[in-house]
Design a protein around this ligand. Sequence first.
Ligand SMILES: Cc1cc2nc3c(=O)[nH]c(=O)nc-3n(C[C@H](O)[C@H](O)[C@H](O)COP(=O)(O)OP(=O)(O)OC[C@H]3O[C@@H](n4cnc5c(N)ncnc54)[C@H](O)[C@@H]3O)c2cc1C
Length: 496
Amino acid sequence: MEQKVKKVVIAGGGTAGWVAAAMLSGQLGKLLDVTLVESEAIGTVGVGEATIPTHKAYHRLLGINEQDFMRATRATFKLGIAFENWGKLGDRYFHSFGSIGPSTWMTDFQHMWYQARSEGWAGEMDDYCFELQAAEAGKFATSEQSNLNYAYHLDASLYAQFLRRYSEQKGAKRIEGKISNVTLAPETGDISSLQLEDGQVIEGDLFIDCTGFRALLIDKALGVGYEDWSDHLPMNSALAVQTKVSQEIVPYTRSIARKAGWQWRIPLQHRVGNGHVYCSDFMSDDEAHSILMDNIEGELVSEPRPIRFVTGRRKECWTKNCIALGLSSGFLEPLESTSIHLFQIGVTRLVQMFPFGGANDALRNQYNRYAREELESIRDFLILHYKLNQRTDSDFWKQRAEMDIPESLQHRIDLYTKNGIAFQEGLDLFRIDSWLQVFRGQGLESNGYHLVGQMLPNGQLKQAMTDLKQNIVKNVSNMPKHSDFIRQYCGIDNVQ
Ligand SMILES: Cc1cc2nc3c(=O)[nH]c(=O)nc-3n(C[C@H](O)[C@H](O)[C@H](O)COP(=O)(O)OP(=O)(O)OC[C@H]3O[C@@H](n4cnc5c(N)ncnc54)[C@H](O)[C@@H]3O)c2cc1C
């Protein structure tokens, strides 16, 4: 077959642009000519600093060494997210990346736990999750020493620089300049070139739109519309600010619900990323600013930066010869840190489905279906956090609790409340343990469960669960402190 698509042009050099460049040059560099155009004058959003465990799979594909990556991006480990004030004011629960107890072919662990609880001897469900207990204790060790499922917190601009070095070593070219025009081929409507303000013309066969919220190619040039999801996910504003490290760095993100939104805290080796995501229909920018300033710790190392967005998705991520990755393809809000994953998986799928013989509808439709289904399931998971709140202290939270939700989510809630069942299917990103932790953390109880626990010989369930809990306590107590582990593992002294 003749290779018709060889020259790939990536527009934009934020995290999405360099994630795409690294993957395409690292995996298909022998067959492709990869060029990235970015404008220092425009800059990047640069706030995506919390990740999920799939990040490790992306690095494995690229052959990235974990210690090199952590040193270069001043990264810390992340075992999950602590949600504060999300159920009721003063509540706290953990969505960890771990498994809660072992499952059997017949049922998942929660059914045995419900049995134990009905007999009056179960601990908290959290007691049976290693990652959760390690996080709460501020402990960490990597997988050779312990089998933890984890992700990272990283410095977004250092990460883009790290991936830039990687991509350039693999042959990707970078061009500095501002794109002023996108030229379409009259006969096909495909993009034929990008024009820069300085007069350069960059031609290509396939274009990746990583221009962020501007969506210069997919929207401005090709007119692909946006599906607005703000009825369900009404956040539309954020303020981001960085502070010096003033406390022990914890191996988890903090998400603290506020009056009409929530605040994040992401500890890195050298600083803490803070932000306040809010809905401007319910809160002025001034109020959002004061809430953030009143609730940060440590000296400021940057000024609060405002960011506006509309939650939703690009109706088609791949149209003509253009694929949108990153913020140009949609944004759901950062509650479960899923954006970086979405463009990592987006570019991984592109490598798997690369249109060497030319893009066609069958390929585009399949790619777009994957992107849509995965995003819809993440959307449902995010809505769940809001829908299940029991706060009565502000109109924002009351309206969230009363809002209509997608049928797909209502089905999950019904299945759980009536039967104790959670599931992961198809392109669902979040595992059963994730759904369970958020259901329970937000105060949703199940009225039914499988009676598998009653089938076990007398005392066996109790023994197994007691052993599991004790092993977790023992393993956690033997682990080093998170910051000590980073110091030793990465060979660096200045972890605060
Ligand atoms: C408040 C907030 C918090 C977030 N937190 C997280 C998180 O914790 N975890 C997570 O996974 N994600 C998070 N995200 C999402 C994450 O920040 C983005 O997905 C990520 O930064 C990728 O952005 P991007 O590369 O698509 O766009 P950008 O960073 O905006 O980059 C756009 C690029 O396009 C270039 N460009 C634009 N116009 C032109 C032009 N005319 N000519 C040349 N170049 C141009 C810019 O120079 C830049 O290089 C968060 C987002 C927000 C808004």
